[in-house]
Design a protein around this ligand. Structure first.
Ligand code: HEM
Length: 584
């Protein structure tokens, strides 16, 4: 007989009392509201320091009301799902990520906390999340693929003009991938600023008007989720277990007073990379900045060992294998990933875990006291009380996820800053004379011109999307979409050309001249603005200023443009951008 949800929560209470240190790792309060005959509502308090009464069964009347004053602490995240789905999930028969993505689980409150769910469930003997055997995984995979062909796309009302295609599932996908920026611009010219695109089993509700783009950026995460939209995309490329149980996020690393913690490491990373160049030679701008960004990233959040010659070359190759943006730039690589069921990516993930295991063993064997702290120490700290090998794996996976966030943009932003700088000798001379600050507006303008990020929010609860005089009812599963490359250079005629005076520092004061400030962006707007904005500007400034001060540079390319196929992130170039260099 299947266990009931009550059985699970009783077992959880017992385990938590037996091992309170482990049980309170999530350091938060969850509420579970499970629908159906076996359902009910439970408050699970896993805050640090707690030793008794971890689970409270709530009265039905309380379960439906937001005021839990009498029932103890307030939940940071409330999970709503069917009791039968909960049982299937906690006994390994249902993949939690898929349940999440298909809307079977709804989360109120801090959605990021839901990644702790496997940690909570796996703690209880006899239960487990994500523990499906290989046969059931294959069966579920086939069932899901067939179901996605049959599943009707969300029905938007009123339905705006629509771009679709004859081939099921693919629909308009092929045309979209050929040149996403041109595709959206053409759709807009034909159908206006609000339209629908059906592609790859998704329904994209696309907005490009000032009011539409403004409403998109204002959508609350609980109603239309960026995290779930990202997961849907990432799940095609990256082993999904990578995202379970993460403890350190980029938001935890780049607060204002953290600048000192990474500036010194960035400088050392640049020095090493420039020393490797020798006295003269030829680099390809994007290949060079890619190596540099790996080194700077590892030196910042991977620890100085990861940035050393012993580990960096291997790590760089493995990170490139996990790079999500690769599958956008080369769609055939995405097919290879699907065909091999992410075997190469999973192997890369495990190899990175082994490397970090070795680095951590080296650190604990080191008798000399460590003088300086880095961001990697902070990641390690959050795993301090977890036993091996989960600790080392957890640390490695935190590093991987942070590094993946950087890969889509940073190296290409550095390369374009360099390319635009080579076209403006007066600005280059200012940098050589010591004016580093000029690279702040300069890099922002370079990013604005080459940014190819597609902005996606996955509707979680039905919403009435109000924009200007229009309201569209959007059911769960709809992807509210816009693309930065379309608006960034067309929202006003003066945006078509690179002009450093558009920015003052990292501020875009001319946004007042636009129909909505949200029409132009480099690092995003609102709640999801890039947490690594300041870090990235520092990294670009350090790298480019040192390069141009130490070397004379001569471009060996002509008129590079952003690569037309690029979807997501700052674009690479449509040609090789070779640069001859000679030490000054
Ligand atoms: C020049 C470099 C970068 C650019 C232009 C850039 C751009 C952006 C943009 C436009 C967004 C918002 C996307 C949206 O709302 O849909 C974003 C979010 C994000 N970026 Fe960056 N990024 C850069 C570097 C980095 C680096 C180095 C990291 C990690 C170390 C990082 C991690 C993230 C994360 C985690 C988010 C999601 C934030 C959230 O959902 O709250 N980015 N970035």
């Amino acid at each position: 007989m299947e266990p009931s949800p009550s059985d699970f929560f009783e077992a959880l209470e017992r385990c938590a009392r037996d091992a309170p240190e482990t049980a309170t790792q999530p350091d938060t309060v969850f509420k579970f509201v499970l629908a159906g005959p076996e359902g009910g509502a439970w408050l699970v308090d896993l805050t640090k320091g707690k030793r008794s009464r971890f689970v409270v069964k709530l009265l039905e009347a309380v379960s439906d009301c937001d005021q839990l004053a009498d029932a103890g602490p307030q939940p940071a995240a409330t999970l709503h799902l069917d009791a039968a789905d909960w049982v299937a999930m906690t006994t390994g028969k249902m993949n939690p990520m898929r349940a999440f993505m298909s809307g079977k689980i709804k989360v109120d409150g801090d959605i990021k906390l839901a990644v702790n769910l496997p940690t909570v469930v796996n703690m209880v003997e006899g239960y487990g999340i994500g523990m499906q055997g290989p046969i059931s995984i294959i069966r579920t995979g086939i069932e899901n693929s067939v179901a996605s062909l049959r599943r009707p796309l969300p029905s938007i009302s009123p339905m705006p003009p629509r771009r679709t295609g004859a081939v099921p599932w693919l629909r308009a996908g092929r045309r979209l991938l050929r040149n996403p920026t041109a595709f959206f611009a053409e759709c807009r010219a034909e159908m206006g600023d609000t339209f629908v695109v059906d592609a790859f089993g998704y329904r994209l509700f696309c907005v490009f008007s000032a009011a539409g783009v403004q409403s998109l950026w204002a959508l609350p995460e609980e109603a239309a989720s960026k995290a779930l939209a990202d997961l849907a995309l990432l799940s095609h490329k990256v082993p999904i277990e990578l995202f379970e149980g993460r403890r350190t996020f980029p938001h935890d690393l780049f607060a204002k007073d953290d600048v000192q913690a990474y500036l010194g490491n960035l400088k050392s990373a640049v020095d090493v990379e420039l020393a490797d160049l020798g006295d003269s030679g030829v680099i390809e701008a994007f290949a060079f900045t890619k190596c540099l960004a790996h080194r700077m990233g590892m030196a910042s959040w991977g620890g100085k060992e990861a940035a050393s010659p012993k580990y960096l070359p291997r790590l760089a190759t493995l990170f490139d294998r996990l790079d999500m943006s690769e599958s956008f730039v080369h769609p055939h690589k995405a097919l290879l990933t699907i065909a091999t069921r992410k075997a190469r990516e999973r192997a890369a993930m495990h190899e990175i875990e082994e490397i970090f295991g070795e680095i951590l063993r080296g650190r604990s064997a080191d008798v000399a006291p460590r003088t300086e702290e880095d961001l990697f120490d902070r990641i390690c700290e959050s795993w301090a009380h977890v036993p091996s090998p989960e600790r080392e794996i957890g640390i490695a996976r935190d590093v991987i996820v942070i590094h993946m966030g950087s890969q889509a943009n940073l190296f290409a932003a550095m390369a374009w800053t360099l390319i635009f700088l080579l076209a403006q000798p007066d600005v280059m001379e200012a940098v050589r004379a010591g004016d580093d600050a000029i690279l702040n507006p300069f890099s922002h303008e370079a990013i604005r011109m080459t940014q190819r990020s597609i902005v996606l929010r996955r509707v979680v609860t039905p919403i009435d999307f109000e924009h200007g005089n229009e309201i569209h009812h959007l059911p769960p599963g709809t992807l509210v979409t816009t693309m930065m490359s379309v608006t960034n250079t067309t929202a006003a005629p003066w945006l078509a050309k690179f002009d450093i005076s558009n920015y003052r520092g990292s501020v875009f004061p001319r946004s007042r001249e636009l129909a909505a400030p949200e029409l132009v962006t480099t690092y995003g707007h609102g709640k999801h603005t890039c947490p690594a904005h300041r870090f990235s500007t520092s990294a670009i400034t350090q790298a480019i200023s040192e390069l141009v001060r130490h070397f004379d540079l001569e471009p060996r390319y002509k008129d590079p443009n952003p690569r037309p196929r690029q979807l997501g992130g700052v674009a690479r170039a449509d040609r090789l951008c070779k640069i001859a260099y000679r030490r000054r």
